[in-house]
Design a protein. Structure first.
Length: 194
């Protein structure tokens, strides 16, 4: 028969009496925790790598879209310039035809020449207006606008005049604007102070 005291002593050495884990158990628990933390970090790294690849792909697509948009815009501007000139030239062709037809009449009277010139002038004005080229022809007494008018001279107002200072006295040459931008200012005489 085995000695119960010896068995008790053997069990006593295997497990501490205080209920604390053994150093081997602590080491195993710490290794398990480190392994779990490492697995979590590797999972996060994998997720971040996938997200980075996705964002990189989105960035490349955005860059390509931006380059395509820029290229299309440049092509549109080039086409607009080309076709704007084409449209203007097309509007001028009837005017050219009228001038050539008028010059082809060898025995035209002064009255016929004048009528032809007036008709051609109306065609020219209509063609310019279709292409947004508008006259700047201020009325006498209109306020001087340096954006649309160029003062050639300033004349003093005569005594008894009801016209205000800094207004148009006479238009020496009409101006023109294109799409609300001054192409050539009207040359005007402006009233000075009394």
């Amino acid at each position: 028969m085995a000695d119960p005291k010896a068995d008790f002593n053997h069990n006593d050495q295997a497990q501490p009496l205080s209920g604390e884990p053994s150093p081997e158990e602590l080491e195993a628990a710490q290794a398990a925790n480190e392994h779990g933390a490492l697995a979590d970090l590797q999972g996060q790294l994998h997720e971040l790598t996938l997200k980075n690849a996705e964002l990189g792909e989105l960035y490349l697509r955005a860059q390509a879209d931006m380059q395509n948009t820029r290229r299309r815009a440049e092509e549109d501007v080039a086409k607009s310039r080309k076709f704007a000139v084409e449209s203007f030239a097309d509007a001028m062709l009837p005017v050219l035809d009228s001038l050539e037809a008028g010059l082809a009449i060898k025995e035209a009277t002064p009255q016929q020449i004048r009528e032809g010139a007036e008709l051609t002038l109306r065609q020219l004005k209509a063609a310019l207006e279709r292409n947004k080229v508008m006259e700047i022809n201020p009325a006498q007494g209109a306020r001087f606008d340096p954006h649309q008018h160029q003062a050639i001279s300033v004349v003093p107002l005569p005594a008894g005049s009801t016209q205000d200072a800094n207004t148009i006295v006479a238009v020496l040459q009409k101006g023109y604007s294109i799409a609300e931008r001054t192409l050539r200012p009207a040359l005007v005489t402006v009233s000075g102070s009394r």
